[in-house]
Design a protein around this ligand. Structure first.
Ligand SMILES: [Zn+2]
Length: 225
């Protein structure tokens, strides 16, 4: 995509979407009240808004390398993802947080294979990917006899589970999950078959997102309230 495609795309958005829906956008201009926060990967192929047919105002979002949530660290480092989480949860009162991972994640591959591209004297990528090191070690146990491709698929899913656990290390998240104001979800998008898989903590598996699964997600949410 070159910049002219981007610019023309904006003009098409303005004429086809913005101008015919001015009331909607005028209300949105005054206030955002998204119900969902998504932690997605920076990867160009997995835009959460496109994958979910979301509208402007629906999703509060952070995209970073490998859709990772760091553990809560109350030090003076500049924690961008944690800052966004804090705003979404304590100011916007989102009701759901979705960690959205995907197949063929470059960050995950770098972590598993020790890609020399990320082992410079100071690699921001290698340092960032340390968040998923526990998932990497789990993967090497679970999938030690598997092919590298299968190990990558396992690590992509294990890293989502690490991020879900790290979400609960933030006290204002743990407290809201505990009392039912907030639910956290792990989703995994398969670029090859175009399917989404949803983490089910009870069975420690990822289930195909289907109309039936939507029904059970809604039922579970109602039961938690
Ligand atoms: Zn990725």
């Amino acid at each position: 995509m070159a910049i002219d495609k981007l610019a023309a795309g904006f003009l098409a958005f303005r004429s086809d979407t913005f101008l015919p829906n001015q009331e909607f956008f005028a209300a949105l201009a005054n206030k955002q009240s998204p119900k969902v926060m998504v932690i997605g990967c920076s990867d160009s192929r997995v835009d959460p808004a496109i994958l979910t047919n979301a509208d402007p105002g629906d999703l509060f979002m952070v995209r970073n390398v490998a859709n990772l949530v760091p553990p809560c660290a109350m030090d003076d480092a500049k924690h961008g993802t944690s800052a966004a989480l804090q705003f979404a949860v304590t100011a916007l009162n989102v009701e759901h947080i979705v960690v959205l991972g995907h197949v063929n994640c470059g960050g995950i591959k770098a972590l598993l294979t020790g890609d020399p591209g990320v082992s410079h004297v100071h690699s921001f990528i290698a340092n960032w990917m340390q968040i998923a090191d526990e998932a990497r070690r789990r993967t090497l146990v679970i999938a030690r006899h598997k092919s590298i491709e299968e190990q990558l698929r396992t690590l992509e899913r294990e890293a989502i589970k690490t991020s879900l656990a790290n979400l609960l290390s933030f006290p204002w998240i743990a407290e809201r999950v505990e009392d039912g104001r907030l639910a956290i979800h792990g989703w995994y998008f398969d670029l090859d078959d175009g399917n989404m898989y949803v983490f089910t903590p009870e069975t420690d598996t990822f289930a195909l997102l289907s109309p039936e699964l939507i029904g059970s997600l809604v039922a579970r949410r109602e039961a938690q309230r």
